[in-house]
Design a protein around this ligand. Structure first.
Ligand SMILES: [Ca+2]
Ligand SMILES: [Ca+2]
Ligand SMILES: [Ca+2]
Length: 576
């Protein structure tokens, strides 16, 4: 044992009581204080327990009302007592008898006291009523876990990590924490949280992931319920092989391949500038029996919220809602701040998601269920019905300054691609400053059936002849399709007022640049202010009154992009 003067910035949770911190070492050489981690924990209080990599520790650790730092990764006890970290992590296995089957939870944290964990591989935990890897049931104080791997654990709920009965407890996920290949039999393969706790990655964290976890029911990666809050800020935009950042490659046999947000829980993706969070390659209905919605995210229940800024959802799949499924008064908000984007042209991006039935990108259903997209892009999504979006049963779909293009592929492969956006059964669509172009849907852009619906389309461009008609509605239903200040590719359905059939003069549709050529386009300055948002798709101020254009409107351009092409003097001053 060694007493140290604690001026090290290695850890942050423990108070700096200079000279009062004991360092209790665990390992197999003659300098070690203990041979098991639990012995050191039992002896410690407001101390460091430092563990060597000299063996695999087969223990079910319990930390009850102790304030400690648990640090692995030291090559021997001398290095450990001097806090000189080695290259590898210390393995703690929940398989006590080494027969290949876990026998309990690897690490259980209860009571009060801050606990900080780093430098471990936590594996082979197995428990029916707790997490397999790390179970947190704390009455007070917080937990920090970083530079660790929670790998291949099993539980009924929370295979890797579970936070239960821990009101107001904060669980910080630090850099280099990966929760991978865990199984939750009933819910939450990677992470399960069911109280008013807070799980979050800190703002500097760019290397962390909850990936390749699975469940036999719902929430392959993450299952949040009963008011739990989670913030995740790490990820990637590319698809590197064996890159486990973000929330990727998780599977659920039923709902929420990546994430379930249930019963008043909330999940926020808030990457710092220059980063993104990916929810990608997740699968609902992984057993292919036709039941399983929300490939990336499943949101259900009053006050349940999933909100993402500058994030990236790709290659998720499900029966309904390839990227996201929202029901039972849940909310799904998908925003771009148009600042600090990894890819400014596609900053908040829902791309290449697949639904076997409805809503290739998004499916939303039920009274008071709501989806809002702001400065978002949806491209290359596929489904049988609603290649991009399907809105059902009185749900609300809002969209401002967003782009929907290239969804569908004319019914090729195994997807029918009927309609870009489908609205049914009192669905309510409120779309302002959309640019909907060059999709490859069948029948029409907007598809509905004989049930009531309300489609409100303002200040937008729908230039999408490759999807057929604008809408497949009867003359009677045309009253439910209200359009104002719109440029269409055709107007056979008499869709509303101040509607023109014109080529919007996109700058370069071949490269998917759907901003308008402001010197040629009749979409410039045609509209009055109707959106609550004052920045366009790329973050430019909206409503710029081009002095060269004498239009009937109020300076607001149709579509997702405000043009400054007519501003010869200041043209370049408005870009970044
Ligand atoms: Ca065993
Ligand atoms: Ca299934
Ligand atoms: Ca304008």
């Amino acid at each position: 044992m060694k007493k140290i003067l604690l001026l090290l910035a290695l850890l942050s949770l423990l108070p700096a009581q200079a000279g009062n911190i004991d360092v209790l070492s665990v390992g197999t050489d003659q300098n070690c204080d203990y041979s098991t981690i639990q012995q050191a924990i039992d002896a410690a209080n407001s101390d460091y327990v430092v563990v060597t990599t000299q063996k695999i520790y087969r223990e079910h650790l319990k930390v009850d009302s102790k304030q400690i730092a648990l640090i692995g990764g030291f090559s021997n006890c001398q290095a450990a007592e001097n806090l000189i970290l080695g290259e590898t992590k210390t393995t703690i296995s929940g398989d006590l008898d080494d027969d290949g089957a876990g026998d309990g939870t690897v690490l259980t944290l209860t009571g009060s006291g801050n606990v900080e964990i780093m430098g471990f591989k936590i594996t082979e935990g197995h428990h029916n009523t707790q997490a397999g890897g790390v179970e947190i049931r704390k009455s007070a104080d917080d937990v920090s876990i970083k530079n660790s791997l929670i790998l291949a654990n099993w539980a009924n709920s929370g295979g890797g990590l579970a936070v239960r009965q821990s009101p107001n407890v904060e669980v910080r996920l630090g850099n280099d924490l990966f929760i991978i290949n865990n199984t939750g039999n009933l819910a939450g393969g990677g992470v399960y949280c069911d109280d008013t706790s807070y799980i979050y990655t800190q703002s500097h964290v760019d290397n962390a992931g909850i990936s390749n976890n699975s469940t036999n029911l719902s929430g392959g990666g993450v299952y949040l319920t009963n008011g739990c809050h989670m913030v995740f800020q790490a990820g990637r935009i590319d698809h590197g092989f064996l890159d486990f950042r973000g929330i990727a490659g998780n599977q659920a046999k039923i709902n929420g391949g990546g994430v379930v947000v249930n019963n008043g829980a909330k999940m926020y993706l808030t990457p710092p500038a220059g980063q993104t969070v990916n929810v990608s390659d997740n699968v609902a209905d992984s057993d292919n029996n036709g039941t399983g919605n929300g490939g990336g995210v499943f949101v259900s229940g009053i006050d349940s919220v999933f909100e993402a800024t500058n994030s990236y959802m790709a290659l998720n799949s499900a029966i309904k809602g390839g990227a996201a499924y929202v029901e039972a008064e849940g909310r799904f908000n998908w925003y771009s701040s148009a600042q600090g984007c990894v890819n400014k042209d596609r900053c908040a991006y829902i791309k290449e998601n697949y639904a076997e039935l409805q809503g290739g990108g998004i499916f939303v259903t039920g009274n008071n269920s709501e989806v809002e997209l702001v400065r978002a892009a949806m491209e290359f999504n596929r489904a049988d019905f609603g290649t991009a979006v399907y809105v059902d049963e009185s749900a609300v779909f809002r969209m401002d300054y967003s782009l929907i293009s290239r969804n569908g592929n004319n019914g090729a492969d195994s997807f029918s691609d009927f309609g870009v956006i489908q609205a049914h059964n009192d669905a309510w669509l409120n779309i302002k400053h959309a640019t909907i172009a060059d999709n490859f849907a069948e029948t029409a852009v907007f598809v509905t059936d004989i049930t009531p619906f309300s489609i409100n389309l303002y200040n937008s461009i729908v230039y999408d002849a490759s999807s057929g008609l604008v809408a497949d509605i009867s003359q009677q239903q045309a009253d439910d399709f209200f359009a104002f200040c719109i440029m269409f590719h055709e107007d056979s359905g008499l869709y509303g007022n101040d509607v023109m059939v014109q080529n919007p003069q996109f700058k370069n549709p071949q490269t998917r640049d759907y901003s308008i050529d402001g010197l040629e386009s009749l979409a410039v300055d045609e509209c009055f202010e109707l959106s609550a948002y004052d920045k366009d798709y790329l973050g430019a101020n909206t409503g710029w009154d081009d002095p060269n254009v004498v239009a009937s409107g109020g300076g607001f351009d149709m579509g997702a992009f405000e043009s400054y092409d007519g501003d010869v003097i200041f043209k370049h001053g408005l870009e970044d």
